[in-house]
Design a protein around this ligand. Sequence first.
Ligand code: GDP
Ligand code: MG
Length: 439
Amino acid sequence: LAERLQGTIQKITGKGKVTEQDVKEMMREVRMALIEADVNLKVVKEFVKKVSERAVGSEVMKSLTPGQQVIKIVQDELTELMGGEQSPIKFNSRPPTVIMMVGLQGAGKTTTTGKLANVLRKKYNRKPLLVAADVYRPAAVQQLETLGKQLALPVFSLGTDISPVEIARQALAHAKEEHLDVVIIDTAGRLHIDEALMQELKDIRALKEPDEVFLVVDAMTGQDAVNVAESFNEAVGITGVVLTKLDGDTRGGAALSIRAVTQKPIKFVGMGEKMDALESFHPERMASRILGMGDVLSLIEKAQANVDMEKAKELEEKFLTQSFTFDDFIEQIQALKKMGPLDELLKMIPGMNKMKGMDNVKVDEKQMGRIEAIIYSMTPAEKTNPEIINSSRKKRIAQGSGTSIQEVNRLLKQFEDMKKMMKQMTGMSSGKGKKKMKL
Ligand code: GDP
Ligand code: MG
């Protein structure tokens, strides 16, 4: 999913003008990307419709950076699709808080029970009790006991001859006695959803209304995960979802559909087999991850708030035509000085964050004054054609600016690197040069 969307984004980032046709084409790509990622069809349709409506709206057309606006809309809507806000655990004001783990066999319930207990202790300062209520799967009880030992957390088990409901009942009493404030019940799974299992889960539920019923689903199963979620939600009722094995899932389809289909939030994601591989689910971060943009979007926002858009556009033109000179460079430095960390801003330039040579253009902010001095000591001809700066010119510039020849050399090198990068970028964002700006 990420790759395809990134390709699409690459095409429109930095476009000065986006037509309705462009938006249409982009939406076609987005639709394909989502379908390929195994996102539920209904969800895809609605998503594309929403994004299209906003994208052809005035906020984009009037913007001077419409390409970025479209991306922003896609990101917003992806975030919204996954629930918008991070959804916290609901704790009972009168302990113990009861969390029930449900799901199909192999989804990762037992593993997640351990991981969750670990999170509860570490981040929430709670005293969890792990309850082994899967009496069917061979060695399930031992599996949990082993995890408990490994984490040095208490596990409640009564072997496999006693009913899960009875185990859960006694575990609740035990937790109260021992002042353990969260009870996590690891239940049995089946290969498929069946009536007997659902009844058992309902019986456990009936003991004491759980504060959370977490459905554990395997992200790698894509659409099936969504179907499973729907069935469990209808039969037992769930309060949230834990999406496991996201470390192995590159498509991300389940993450995108589950919330939309079940209306239940994804609360955590499993990122590996180890006990510390459970993360809170942040819709916005996931959307960024899917779009492969890291924090660049927030930087774009920042820039949009700060930079003169006319100027930004002019600069972009210069990048594309590769007619960027030291005069432009110094103008940029001055504009940037108002805005914040330079290397962050460089990364913000479309495509720049992907460039290999990015590290070479890191400019120390303290150095900026010296850089300015160097550029001011150049003649107009030197600024436009730095190639002509030979060693005697370098010496003159160094003297004139009160810097050293090494510093002059470094700046020239940086400028050259930057130009090289622009060349690469131009190749990436628009096929070849400026003339062919068509998608
Ligand atoms: P259960 O039948 O639902 O209790 O599933 P288990 O907890 O026994 O997990 C089944 C398998 O999935 C085990 O091998 C786990 O190590 C593995 N697993 C669980 N969660 C994750 C995860 O987030 N990432 C990866 N890579 N493996 C996981
Ligand atoms: Mg299990």
